[in-house]
Design a protein around this ligand. Structure first.
Ligand SMILES: Cc1cc2nc3c(=O)[nH]c(=O)nc-3n(C[C@H](O)[C@H](O)[C@H](O)COP(=O)(O)O)c2cc1C
Length: 202
């Protein structure tokens, strides 16, 4: 399996990025995980000339080529960071590359709740018609007290959290496989597809 792991932040130091770096190393025997930074994407706006920024096209291409996507989100004011929302708006407005893509949501926070509200928010966003990702159901990986969670080598030091993550990742690999089988015979005609709100206006 090849996964694209998106760090939902533009902070230089991020425990969500550390979590993805740990996953890349820890699961290297089971999957190839590529980390992706969204900090260089422009803030979303509707371009008058329909021009797709290079970085947005790059992200879309990487999502399309991946078997699945892992998103690690911090929590800002009970929601996902604006930079992550903006990246998702670009995908929704341009390639819709997340449609039917298996997605695993994880998150870390400095407090005890592990970005639980941001993760719920992200699920709702990914379920919108123009994103329509296949979010892995009944799973939540919440890493609280994340500033103390990694040692100097980037290893997650809470054994219960490592076991939980291993179980969730094992399930995600299975979920990716099952989802691809489910979609095998589904006719995907994304080209020329109208936005839901455009169809409503007709
Ligand atoms: C503007 C701002 C708002 C925040 N709001 C919340 C919040 O609503 N809930 C929460 O648990 N943590 C909140 N935090 C603290 C975050 O847990 C923490 O900064 C972030 O999730 C950790 O992710 P990172 O290490 O990847 O940057 C907030 C932090 C900032 C800077």
């Amino acid at each position: 399996m090849k996964y694209l792991a998106i760090a939902g932040t533009n902070s230089e130091v991020s425990t969500n990025r550390m979590l993805l770096q740990f996953m890349k190393k820890h699961f290297s025997g089971q999957a190839e995980i590529e980390l992706y930074e969204i900090k260089d994407l422009p803030a979303f706006m509707e371009p008058e000339d329909s021009h797709v920024p290079e970085k947005v096209a790059e992200l879309s291409d990487k999502i399309l080529k991946a078997d699945g996507v892992i998103i690690a989100t911090p929590e800002y004011d009970h929601a996902i960071p604006a930079v992550l929302k903006s990246a998702l708006e670009w995908i929704s407005y341009t390639s819709q590359a997340l449609t039917d893509k298996p997605v695993l949501i994880v998150g870390a926070s400095h407090g005890t709740l592990g970005s639980s509200r941001a993760q719920a928010h992200l699920k709702q966003i990914l379920d919108s018609p123009e994103l329509a990702a296949r979010i892995m159901p009944s799973s939540e990986f919440l890493l609280g007290k994340s500033q103390a969670a990694f040692d100097g080598s980037g290893n997650l030091i809470y054994p219960d959290k490592v076991s939980e993550l291993e179980e969730i990742f094992r399930e995600f690999v299975l979920f990716t496989d099952i989802t691809s089988k489910l979609l095998e015979h589904k006719a995907l005609n994304k080209k020329g597809k109208k936005f839901t709100w455009q169809e409503q206006e007709d």
